[in-house]
Design a protein around this ligand. Sequence first.
Ligand code: PLP
Length: 234
Amino acid sequence: MSNPEQVTVLQKNLDRIRQRIRSACERRNHNEYDVELVAVTKYADWPWVKSLAALHGCLGESRPQQLMERAPQLPDTEWHMIGSLQSNKVRQVVRAAAVIHSVDSLKLLERVARIAAEEDADVRVLLQVNVSGEASKSGFDPHDLLENWDQIPALLSTAVHVVGLMTMAPAADDPEATRPVFAGLAQLRKELIEQSPEISLPHLSMGMSRDFEVAIEEGATLIRVGSALFEGLN
Ligand SMILES: *Cc1c(COP(=O)(O)O)cnc(C)c1O
């Protein structure tokens, strides 16, 4: 295990992040319990992951391999898969994760639905959207998603629930620069629900260490925070 002083630093970082969440929620007249912190452990060594899991019940990994190694060892943790998902990793990820944030095509959604049914799993899924249109980002094009929205219910199985949208904002020094991207995801959710209320989309997964407050102000319900948790450690 990590030494007690280091665990204190981790606890302090966590407290500070929770305080920042509270403040952002107050600015938005938002209930703080409507925002869930996904503590991203992709940079963290295993002893840290164990220490963190004792303090916080919801962890996120971006690489299937690491998720598959860690999740079975911490079965009481709710594991979120947040990074890009290749089709040959779907089965392992479906076994390990309660929530997948990174479903970025209809083909992948269909595959997750089929395999989750085969595995008798119960998976919540968010559809990743490329709001900024950057060529380097994966995700649905917003217009394509609107156009194909009616096809989605037919692709699902009872083992999979689409519960929201996720986006990655372009890296920016000024968190304000990411606001239009987060607002764009919130707007897209509205339009999708108007088009067909069959899928209710309660969640918006957006915001990371640098910009999660802006994301909460724009309606985030899941924030994915990694580096801010491990500041002052290593
Ligand atoms: C690493 C990662 C995060 C966390 O980023 P930080 O800036 O370290 O908070 C969030 N989402 C995804 C998809 C990531 O890969």
